[in-house]
Structure formats: C-alpha cells, structure tokens
Design a protein around this ligand. Sequence first.
Ligand code: NAP
Length: 515
Amino acid sequence: MSPKNQKKTTDGPSRTSERTGSSAEPVRHTNILVIGGGLAGLAAAIRFRREGWNDFLVLERGDDVGGTWRDNTYPGAACDVPSHLYSYSFALNPDWSRSFSQQTEIQDYIARVARRYRVRDQHVFGCEVLSARWIEDAAKWEVETSKGMFTADILVGAFGALCEPSQPDIPGIGSFAGHLFHSARWDHKTDLTGKKVAVIGTGASGIQIVPAIAPKVAELEVYQRTAAWVLPRLDRPYSRIERLACKYVPFYQRFVRSAIYWAHEAQAVALTKNPVLMKPVGLFSRARLRRAVPDPALRRRLTPDYGVGCKRILLSNTYYPTFRQDHVRLVTEGISEVREKSIVTTDGAIHDIDAIVLATGFQVTDSPTYRRLFGKDGRSLGDVFDVVGRQCYKGTAIANFPNMFLLVGPNTGLGHNSMIFMIESQVNYLADAVATMKRRRIRSVEVRAAAQESFSQMLQNKLSRTIWNVGGCASWYLDKHGDNTTMWPGFSYEFRRITRTFDIDAYHVSTRGPE
Ligand code: NAP
C-alpha cells in the first residue's frame, strides 16, 4: 500500500467535550483508541488510515514510536529474524545493510514508516494509560491517562508482550550501591569501561550483551540459571548489488522474503508437530559448543539439559568464544543475596561487583497493563486471567471485554517466524471487525464465552504435543497455571487463515438500530 493510494477520510476529526459527571475535565473522544505505538500499534494505525478511518488516536507512554525496538538500546541489540522478513509486507526496505538488522536500523525503519504513512500526528506521546473501563450504558471505553481523559467506541490493546522489564526478586538487591539497570532500560550514562560487571540472565538479550561489553570491562561475570541452546547467526553485510537488486529488479525482494518465510515456516513442523526432529539440531549445537569451548568442565555447564527449542533458540557466533577470555567467568551457582558492593552466591562466595546488568526478561504472562483494563462486570483483565488463565479468542478478543481487541495477545508468539506476520494477520481481523461494525451499525461486539473456551481448549490440546510443553524446561511461555498461553501451536499461515475475516457468529452483538 502506498500513501498516495490511501482512501479519502470518511470520519471527522477527534472531538473534545465536557466529561459527564461531577468533574469538568475535558474528555477527548475518538472512534478508536490504540494503546501502544510499537510495531503492532503502528500497523493498526496505518491500516486505519488506509481504510479512511481517521478518527483514531494512539496513546504512547514513550516519546517515540517503536516500542520494544525503541526501548532495547543495549550494546549488541539486534534481531534474530532476518531483515527482509522482519519488516511490514506493505513497506519492504531494500536498503537493509545486513541480513540480520541491528536495533538502530530497525528503529530508524519504524520511525521512517510512521512518517511515510503520516500517522505520527495521530500519536499522543508521553501518555500513559492508567485505567480503561468499559461503560456498558454508553457502550464506550473510558480511558484515564497521564494526559487526561479519553473515551472511545473501540479499544485496541497494542501494549506488547516484551515491554515491562521483569525485575528479579533477589534478597538485598535494593541495597546495591553500584550501577544497576535492566537490559531494556540501558543506562547509557554509565561507562562500564574498566569496571567489574555482572550480567544476570542468559536469554536472547544476555547473550548479545555479554560479547558486546566484554572488550571494555575489567571483569565480566555471567550469571546463568539455565543454559541456552545456541545456533550460528548467519549474519553478513548486504552488497551494493544486492541492495540495488532489491530496489530495481521486479519481485526480487518479494522472492527473497518468501524464500526466508518458507524456510522458517518449515521449522514449525519440528517445534509444534514432531519435537523428535529437533534432536539433530541439538547434536549440531553441541558440536559447535565443543569447538568453541575447549574446557570440558565449562562446556558441561554451558550444555542445556532440556530439549532444543523448549526455550527460545538463541543465535550467536560470539557468545561461546567470549568465555575463552581470561576476564570473563561463567557463574552457575545461584544468587543468594546482593550486598552494597557484591553478589553472594549459594556456595558462600562473595563476588565484588561495580555494576549489575539485569538481562532477566519481561513480564509476559502477567503484564501490569492487564490490571488497568476493566471489563463489563468491573473486574480487571488481570483478575479474570488469575481465575481462568490467559484465555483469549484468536489472540484478540476476550469475553467480558466488549469492543476490545488485543494485538500480540495470548498465544500469538512464534518460535520460528516473524512476529510482524502475526501482527499483520491480527490487524486484518481487527480491520474487518471495525468495517463490519460500521457497515451494520453495531454498537458492541463481545466474544461468546463458549467460543473462547473451545478455542482455548483446541489450543491447549495442540500445545500439549509441542516442544515448549514436552521439552522439559521452565520458560516464560507457561503461565502460573502451567498453561502455555504465549505460543501459537502451528504454522503462522494457519493463524493468517483464521484471522482473514471477522467471524461475527462467535460474538454477542448489539446494534444501534436504524438512523
Ligand atoms: P528471557 O529470554 O526471559 O531471559 C531472561 C534470562 O534471565 C534467563 O536466562 C533467565 O533464566 C534469567 N533470569 C530471570 N530471572 C532470574 C533470576 N531471578 N536469577 C537469575 N537469572 C534469572 O529475556 P530476554 O533475554 O530479554 O529475551 C526475551 C525475549 O525477547 C526473547 O525470547 C525474544 O523473543 C526477545 N528478544 C529477541 C532478541 C533478538 O531478536 N535477538 C533479542 C532480545 C530479546 P531462566 O532461563 O532460568 O529463567
């Protein structure tokens, strides 16, 4: 879709009115309110523009678009999905400089797309949503934010899964007097040069940070709770000729993108249908580890004890070799406490430390935003999930929450392909829902509890055979009930198929009646 092909506006601009009730605080009303200006919120905003629905706003607590990619500025931050696939289908970028993009290049791309499709001015930056309540009588969402009140007919939750840093509950961590920050809130004012640094966590973030900071620090301790499976990262710069071909040779870039997509899609067979097929991948990874780490004792500690793919498979050519440097140490004893200037491990050792980097991941299954969304019966989404788990229809709609659509909701995560594909699928569904509501003068839609339940049962049934459930690991894919409410158990094209059109029969519908 090109901006010049966008349809003409059919809706009026956002309106400001007096709030009903005792307060005279002005309220801004829009037809659609999107929470979050990351890749998902931006995709929705662009789609609304294309459909000619300009009566929408995106509330973004940060000061720019980009979400996860704006926030994760740690050294070495890069994507492990190939560049040509990790982009919107409607905004391919022929100028990617490498086969796997760095964070800065992705963030520049996202900002450029927001400008190109003229949706930046629909964002309210620095605007944090404090609560959102469904008002049944008015059939509206009432949204309280750090920048005042908003109301909307439709609420889109695009607040992401990897946005709220998970802070480890380690005794004494509050008393640490040195530098302490999370990977997703990197403190660029702190110079780690010559310091004794501890990195806690060896997930996708940790294994990128470790090789990136090792050359400058005096000592580096890597605190590993669970070893990760690591595979090579087939990263290389793109030549000028390749970039020119992407730009000028018809269909070349689409062809490259499709080839990457299908190569990744094939991995779903092993991850979700037949985990035994992951075994050769494990042998390959072990052989790599043998070559990279000569010390057998160290190698043993770096070898995972669960099935490959149970936790996210990590891609790196530099992580294992980093441990060959004398000043880099792997610590596998648990952390019993943090003191003013040290970390104490369960073997009683005291490790003097100047700075701690928490590469400890995100609050995925227990997002704090869930506690701020209140449905038809007054309960928060967090309360509902506490009781029934993160049940959700097609990763998008939840019973008791009318006119609310999630993007990157429960069970939309992938272990094998690009999240942008899933986002665009959900945006198709959302756009068809909004179009249906407008066309049929629908006041509200609410997914039927029975439809949600049978969808969730079907998912859990399929998930029970996946590597994430049978691989013998504890991961953030599982919620506190032990259910996998994070991953999509199949091919991503299957999700595309079930989100192609809005299946109104699965919803309770109330109409506005004739005009
Ligand atoms: P993560 O995968 O959740 O890893 C967190 C790490 O911290 C794990 O090693 C975990 O150990 C450890 N940890 C957590 N709490 C701890 C505690 N109290 N004590 C000791 N260790 C603790 O988080 P992440 O690395 O930020 O990655 C999150 C997701 O972001 C990835 O799965 C991926 O989807 C995305 N991501 C992608 C890229 C990329 O594309 N290259 C880069 C970064 C992030 P356990 O394993 O034992 O729980």
